[in-house]
Design a protein around this ligand. Structure first.
Ligand code: NAP
Length: 312
């Protein structure tokens, strides 16, 4: 398994990681255990979760699955989303981050988080308060690196310039919505990250499964798949997107690959990408997804694929 540096930090992560937002909702403890054991066998060391996934369930299941194996992974979680009814049960205040971290550590059965991410920009909390708190957590050894999620380029710039000015820890990564059909990140965030050494972790990298090629125009969604009832995935099922998908599948198959390889290999060919955290609900999906790490698109190939996407 290829690895890359997590932004400008020294730590290395597998180019294919695991997204866990269905753990608890769709994957039970036995399933999570198998996925994690298989991931480690396959050289996958980067796992992304969040306190809010299943309101703590994803972290709890991972905590059990990682028993005795915690030091073999780079474990990322997030804070910000609403975790209770109280006025301070959400946000990026010092109060909520400190409490949220302790809750995540308990659920994950660990004494530190490798990458602690602020899930969303908090317009109500001064960013100085958030950055200073995160710096304190790194100094205390409870957090190793910090990341942002779904920040605009100006927000990331402001946060990291403040950190530089005050000698606080900067965000080493940003996790944001990015895939072949969702490319707004290319306007400002990716150029900023490429220039400043911030690693990009694309979320929703397979468009919730649409970019695996398992949904075909005019056919019902496969039984048990997310596309059966998920409005976001169904939103991708337009004639225009199906037409692009057919062209992409043909391009991949002409090179003895399948669509799921191409969706991830194309992401990895874009500037500043750190790791592609494809979500998995079954171990077979993980086994298939990691194969993308063996396919490095040349710049010319990546440009050809981008031209297919641009043709829409
Ligand atoms: N920071 C944020 O705000 C944010 C937001 C969203 C997600 N995330 C993170 O990003 C991760 C990935 O996003 P995501 O899971 O929502 O979407 P995704 O990675 O685009 O799609 C994952 C889904 O595609 C299907 N799939 C995966 N591999 C497959 C394969 N080889 N063959 C067929 N189907 C396959 C599975 O769905 P089914 O089996 O159910 O069909 C799986 O749940 C999340 O798990 C989470 O960690 C972060």
């Amino acid at each position: 398994m290829q690895t890359r540096q997590l932004g400008r930090s020294g730590v290395r992560v597998s180019v294919i990681g695991i997204g866990t937002n269905r753990f608890g909702k769709k994957v039970d403890q036995a399933g999570v255990n198998t996925i994690i054991d298989t991931a480690l066998d396959l050289g996958v060391n980067f796992i992304d979760t969040a306190d809010v996934y299943g309101t703590g369930q994803s972290e709890e299941l991972l905590g059990v699955a990682l028993g005795g194996k915690r030091d073999r992974v780079v474990l990322a979680t997030k804070v910000y989303m609403e975790m209770g009814d109280g006025p301070n049960d959400r946000g990026a205040s010092r109060y909520h981050i400190m409490n949220g971290l302790e809750d995540s550590l308990r659920r994950l059965q660990t004494d530190h988080i490798d990458l602690y991410q602020i899930h969303r920009w908090d317009a109500d909390t001064p960013i100085e308060e958030t950055m200073r708190t995160l710096d304190d957590l790194v100094s205390a050894g409870k957090v190793r690196y910090i990341g942002a999620s779904a920040f605009a380029a100006w927000q990331l710039t402001k946060a990291n310039l403040l950190a530089e000015f005050h000698h606080w820890e900067p965000f080493v990564t940003i996790q944001s919505h990015y895939n072949m059909l969702e490319r707004h990140l290319e306007h400002e965030v990716i150029p900023y990250c490429a220039e400043h050494g911030v690693g990009v972790i694309p979320y929703f990298p397979l468009a919730g499964g649409f970019l695996t090629g398992k949904y075909r125009e005019g056919q019902p969604a496969p039984a048990g798949s997310r596309g059966e009832d998920n409005a976001r995935v169904q939103g991708y099922m337009t004639p225009q997107n199906y037409a692009i998908l057919e062209n992409l599948i043909a391009w991949a198959e002409a090179r003895d690959h399948i669509m799921v390889d191409l969706a991830q290999a194309w992401l990895l060919a874009q500037p500043a990408m750190a790791s592609v955290i494809s979500g998995v609900t079954r171990v077979e999906q993980l086994q298939q997804n990691v194969k993308a790490a063996e396919w490095s698109l040349t710049p010319e190939e990546a440009a050809e694929v981008t031209a297919i996407l641009d043709a829409k």
